[in-house]
Structure formats: C-alpha cells, structure tokens
Design a protein around this ligand. Structure first.
Ligand SMILES: [Zn+2]
Length: 320
C-alpha cells in the first residue's frame, strides 16, 4: 500500500506511545474540521510555486504574520536546495491550537500536495526560529519533493526529510554547519541496526526509519561526490527526481525513484546502495566516516579538520 501521509516526530524522545498519541491528536483535529477549512486565508508565491495557506480559526495579526514568516523561511530553504519549490501548488492548513507547541505536522499527496500543521497561538518569533520543532515546516516541505513509495520503504521518505531539512537551512543561512554536523554525530547512531535488525526495508522502528534513512542519504551524498569528483551531490539526484515528476502527489516504486536519481547524476549510486542496505543488518562505521570527513565533536560543538581526506566533500554538502 502506498503511504498516504507522512510524518510527524523527529524528537529524540520519540516513542510508539507518543506516535499513538499524535494519531489521536489528528483524529481530534479532523473530527472538528470541515472540508472547507479556513476562516482566514493567505497566498504566498515562492520558488515558482503558489502556497495557499488557511487557518482553521480566527488569528491575531501577530500570530498570522509569525506563521507566514515561518512558512516563507521554510519555503526559501527548500527552494535553495532544490533550485525551485518542488511542487507548483501546495495547500497548507494551519490548525490553531492553544499553548505554544509546534506540531504535529504531516504531508500528504493523494488529493494534491497538502501540509497540515498544528501551531499553538502562543508561539513567538523566537520559538519558531530556535524552539523545539522549529524545523517542522521545512521537514514537511521536503516530503513534497519525493514520490509516495510503498510502506516498507517509509525510511526513505523520513530519512530524506531528516537529512535534507537541516542542510537546506544551512544553505539558506538559517543554521550553522557546525550545529548540523553535531546533530548528525549525536543523532545518527540511533539509525544503526539493533539486535534482530533485518535491514532498512524490514525494520520499521523509529531509529531505522528516521536516522537509518538519513544515514542512507548521507552515505549516498558522500558516494556521489566521491564518484563525480565533487561535481555532483545528492541534491542533483533529488532535483532530477523532482524534474521527472516524482513528487508526493505521485506513487512510484522505489526502484523507479532511485533509478531516476542515478540517471540524473550519470553514475549508479542510489540503486547499488539500496541493494546493499535493504536487507543488511551490519552497522555502518560512522566513527571512521566522521574522521574521513574531518568532523570531530569537542565540548558540545564540532571542529573541522581540513587535512581530512574528504574535507572538500564535507564542505560541499553544506554549500549552496
Ligand atoms: Zn516526516
């Protein structure tokens, strides 16, 4: 069965119980929503796309503006990464909640590209820039840039959003490369196989889905750059997939997605890497990868080593 909608939680403290709670939250939101959501609407033109935004209840001018600014920053970051916004039109439904929480959120494509996000009316400019889940809108927009694939490959959808979202925001000048490498060093070990693992296609745990998928993307990015003397990166494969129409409102097999990406870069990387990792329960040697890339964690931040063999690759990953 194709995946009807993606998302929601990337937080480290995620648990199946929380996911279930989130499902209940959505059930509650939809129970009170009518098909023609929106007492308040806005439209933004960014990256060649029209973003139609609707709020499900009346908003203050301040809240409305903060929300539109947040959406604009996310759309700009995604546009920088993909060179255009991945779809021509997206509906964004904002559920105005009480409190200050950002999320949950989800992206779907079965009735056209659509993002749903719950946002507390107490959010501030600061919480949307630095607070928990501030990444959520960019994450959902990255989901638009990939075809809906079968459930067993859900890791590619979440992994890609987990990997691309912070890189897009570094390229747009919103985050520092140090911060993102540090998050990868700290977060990615959660994507390693645990005892009983049967490979990415057969181990639908949170860690393997989000960080295991992100690890696949990092390995692909490094390998593409290695094979093309750093002329191309994962973004070129992803732009190729978008250019061929492989966006969230289509249902493609994963082979078609990966073959299209490989064709765009002119070297086979995604297909062979998938063939290797889909059933593989061996860990990736992340320690040695960080060393080759020249990133070292020190006192809660990272330092870069420019004499590392893949230092140029490391720099290119974060550069526009
Ligand atoms: Zn997601």
């Amino acid at each position: 069965m194709p995946v009807a909608s993606r998302d929601l939680v990337k937080a480290r403290a995620w648990s199946p119980r929380l996911a279930f709670a989130s499902t209940l939250v959505w059930a509650a939101i939809f129970a009170f929503s009518t098909p023609s959501l929106g007492q308040d609407k806005a439209e933004l033109d960014i990256g060649g796309a029209t973003l139609s935004i609707s709020f499900d209840s009346a908003t203050t001018p301040e809240f409305r503006q903060l929300t539109l600014d947040w959406i604009t920053r996310a759309a700009n970051a995604v546009t920088v990464y993909y060179t255009r916004f991945p779809v021509r039109h997206v509906d964004i439904s904002i559920h105005v909640a009480s409190g200050r929480a950002v999320g949950p959120g989800r992206a779907s494509g079965e009735r056209g590209p659509h993002i749903h996000v719950a946002l507390g009316s107490g959010v501030t400019a600061r919480s949307l820039a630095e607070g928990g889940n501030n990444w959520l809108m960019t994450h959902e927009m990255v989901h638009l840039a990939l075809s809906s694939v079968e459930e067993e490959h859900h890791w590619i959808e979440e992994g890609l959003a987990t990997y691309v979202e912070p890189i897009a925001r570094v390229r747009a000048g919103e985050l520092s490369a140090q911060q993102v490498w540090r998050d990868m060093i700290e977060g990615m070990p959660q994507g390693e196989p645990a005892p009983g693992d049967r490979g990415l296609d057969h181990t639908p745990t949170w860690g393997r889905t989000y960080w295991g998928g992100a690890m696949f993307c990092l390995l692909a990015d490094v390998e593409i750059r290695r094979k093309t003397n750093n002329r191309m990166g994962l973004e070129n494969a992803l732009r190729g997939i978008v250019a061929e129409g492989g966006t969230i409102d289509t249902e493609w097999g994963l082979s078609k997605v990966l073959e299209t990406g490989d064709r765009a870069i002119g070297v086979p990387v995604l297909v062979p890497l998938y063939d290797k990792m889909k059933d593989d329960s061996n860990p990736v040697n992340l320690e040695s990868l960080w060393k080759e890339l020249g990133v070292e964690e020190k006192d809660r931040t990272v330092v870069f080593r420019d004499d590392a063999p893949l230092a140029a690759v490391r720099k290119a990953i974060m550069s526009p």
